[in-house]
Design a protein around this ligand. Structure first.
Ligand SMILES: Nc1ncnc2c1ncn2[C@@H]1O[C@H](COP(=O)(O)OP(=O)(O)OP(=O)(O)O)[C@@H](O)[C@H]1O
Ligand SMILES: [Mg+2]
Length: 224
């Protein structure tokens, strides 16, 4: 299945930022790419432009596709299962997996970026996490991390969990955190622990050029 699951070491870490940059880079290289957000919480219809699906839609050049990209939208800025319950809904992993598989199948010779919610083991439903969705999809993962002090432990812990679920990790992206130690120094300190998983750096900027990451995914067959 031509899908790449974008997850993070935590919430607010840069998953959407990196996904949008990757979408732009893949499109610039002529690749076909689409995006899917299985569930979004903290979605305020009055401020939809700031939402993850609106940012993904803008990167895709399809600003009207917000509802298509994220069919499950909840107002409370809480864990998706709790936000859904506040609106009388119960989230089920199977429904989200079925949607993602169907969306990936619609893409011919292209890639579906699936942005999870929160971090690798953040709950999606009352008893399933993002890791369960990754395992059910059998998709490789792009792990987005910060560069703050403490990130190395968070990255390595996430990688242990992903490996235990027999998930392929296509790459790690270190997205520069605010008020963090030197980005390159932190990345160099992480590298020896990665066991060969490629590491890409996204310095603070308005629009990171993810061309090198796109090239890696294309060359490794992670993106057709
Ligand atoms: N490398 C970076 N350069 C500039 N801004 C960044 C960078 N990384 C993250 N940001 C900004 O930090 C904020 C949080 O990033 P983002 O929304 O991508 O995180 P997320 O992991 O997708 O969050 P969520 O868990 O809510 O989905 C956003 O305003 C984003 O634009
Ligand atoms: Mg996001």
């Amino acid at each position: 299945m031509p899908a790449l699951f974008v997850t993070g070491t935590g919430t607010d870490i840069g998953k959407t930022y990196v996904s949008c940059a990757l979408i732009r880079a893949l499109k610039a290289k002529g690749a076909v790419v689409d995006a899917f957000k299985p569930v979004v919480s903290g979605f305020d219809p009055k401020d939809a432009a700031a939402s993850d699906p609106a940012r993904l839609a803008a990167a895709l050049g399809a600003p009207g596709d917000v509802f298509r990209i994220a069919p499950r939208r909840y107002l409370a800025p809480l864990s998706p299962n709790i936000a859904a319950r506040l609106e009388g809904d119960t989230l089920r992993l199977d429904d989200m997996v079925i949607d993602a598989v169907a969306r990936a199948a619609e893409i011919r010779d292209g890639l579906l970026l699936v942005e999870g919610a929160g971090g690798v083991m953040s709950p999606l439903t009352d008893d399933k996490t993002n890791l369960d969705m990754v395992a059910a999809l059998g998709a490789p993962v792009l792990l987005v991390a910060g560069s703050y002090l403490g990130t190395i432990s968070h990255v390595l812990t996430a990688l242990v969990a992903l490996r235990a679920a027999k998930t392929a990790v296509a790459a790690v992206v270190m997205s520069e955190s605010l008020d963090a130690p030197n980005l390159v120094q932190t990345a160099e300190a992480l590298k020896p622990f990665l066991g060969g998983v490629p590491l890409f750096l996204a310095p603070r900027s308005e629009t990171w050029d993810a061309g090198a990451l796109a090239d890696h995914l294309l060359a490794s067959g992670r993106a057709p």
